[in-house]
Design a binder for this molecule. Structure first.
Ligand code: ACO
Length: 389
């Protein structure tokens, strides 16, 4: 019997310096730094530089990168037409993101020849992603896209392009922490997709477009929406019944598990002691909500979390079901004013940093990725022409 590595679980096909996921220890290392040290302190541009160059930038290098990103935010003319057509058909945002990013090949000063990838291509892709996402969001809502503000950093400018207001610094900081937290996460499906495409000596735009396609699937792009829905539903029940949020949460979690359901935002295939991203985003949410209002929502979410952890341990002992990244992602992104439909596209705006870094890494040490499959189909069939079948 051939041993099949279904889903390639546990198969190592390359070495990487970009990130290490240690599920047993509950640790995530990005470019050598523990997530807890990097994500809340670094600006997103610093993390991009780190991933692309394997070191943090000096201040002149950081300013140069910020300037370079800001200079490449504008979309080619054709992108506007594509996004308008997509909005008229109300296509999903991830589809529009894929189509919009594909038009980057039309930027006359941005050649992306197959097999020749440099950091400049990566900068252009990272710079375009929020512009496409924000422009499409506005078009979907019958609003005109807003030009980027070159004086704003990457995260703040994204929020500005969404609603035309300069964001509260704490909202921009929370988004930046979110981007840093999700920028890279081992050999996940979209990153692998980007590396497979790169390994054929294709171009970086194709690799990123492929990665967006992989991220679109709910098994990867995640569904932080349901975690937020749960918190809102428990609060609403508490308001109706007069019981506390903790009592309603207890009821909700028990009912859900006893009827065979799962508590969204809990459990992880790899992280069994803790999901470090949940911790980092939990602190980011606490900081943001304490200054931007809605701290009640944060407090209620903490109550729901505590109850869920307790009841999961009681009803599913030994499964080590801890809070995962989705729970606090939902809270952070809601807190900065994003609607649920923008959660996965916003994930892509952060993750494109990791995708491009993996493309660069794959190019530096390329070997065509070409796994195998066991053939289990028929053999020896005799050919019969169509008119005799
Ligand atoms: N709520 C209730 N029970 C759960 C949960 C949960 N969230 N997660 C796992 N379990 C239970 C399962 O029912 C199963 O119980 P059993 O032993 O009685 O049959 C046991 O724990 C093991 O479940 P598996 O599905 O084998 O665990 P796995 O590690 O494969 O699942 C997963 C990981 C898919 C994330 C799961 O925990 C889950 O469905 N969580 C809820 C959805 C969610 O939050 N998804 C986002 C994950 S984060 C991310 O992907 C970026």
């Amino acid at each position: 019997m051939t041993e099949i590595a279904r889903g390639l679980e546990g198969v190592k096909f390359a070495q990487t310096r970009l990130s290490k996921v240690d599920g047993q220890a509950g640790q995530l290392t990005i470019g050598g730094y523990p997530l807890e040290a990097l994500a809340p302190n670094a600006c997103f541009e610093e993390v991009l530089f780190l991933l692309w160059n394997d070191r943090l930038p000096g201040s002149a290098e950081l300013n140069a990168l910020k300037h370079d990103l800001a200079a490449r935010r504008a979309l080619p003319m054709a992108a506007g037409a594509v996004l308008r057509e997509a909005a008229a058909r109300k296509l999903p945002i991830m589809d529009a993101l894929r189509m919009g990013i594909d038009t980057i090949g039309l930027c006359s000063d941005e050649p992306h020849p197959a097999g020749q990838v440099d950091v400049g291509c990566a900068v252009a892709l990272v710079a375009h992603m929020p512009t496409v996402a924000a422009a499409y969001w506005r078009l979907l809502h019958g609003l005109e896209p807003i030009d980027a503000r070159p004086d704003l950093d990457h995260a703040a400018n994204y929020l500005y392009m969404l609603d035309g207001r300069e964001p509260h610094p704490e909202a921009a900081r929370a988004l930046e922490t979110y981007f840093n937290t999700v920028v890279d996460h081992g050999m996940n499906a979209s990153t692998f997709t980007a590396r497979v495409i790169t390994s054929t000596r294709s171009d970086i735009v194709s690799a990123i477009v492929g990665a967006i396609g992989a991220l679109k699937g709910p098994l990867h792009g995640g569904a932080p929406g349901p975690a937020l829905d749960m918190v809102f539903e428990i609060r609403a029940r508490a308001a109706r019944s007069g019981d506390s949020v903790a009592q309603e949460a207890d009821r909700w979690v028990r009912e859900t598990i006893e009827s065979g359901g799962r508590i969204m935002g809990f459990g992880h295939r790899v992280y069994k002691v803790r999901d470090p991203r949940a911790d980092v985003l939990g602190l980011a949410a606490q900081r943001m909500f304490s200054v931007t209002g809605e701290s009640r929502l944060y407090e209620d979410a903490r109550v729901v979390e505590e109850v869920a952890l307790r009841v999961l341990e009681e009803l599913k002992p030994g499964r080590n079901l801890k809070t995962n990244v989705e729970f606090y992602t939902a809270l952070v992104l809601h807190g900065i004013g994003l609607e649920v439909a923008m959660f996965t596209p916003t994930f892509a705006v952060g993750r494109v940093g990791g995708w491009t870094a993996h493309v660069l890494e794959q190019v530096r040490d390329d070997r065509l990725i070409r796994p195998d499959a066991e053939y289990v189909g028929a053999t020896g069939r005799a050919w019969v022409p169509a008119d005799r079948r």
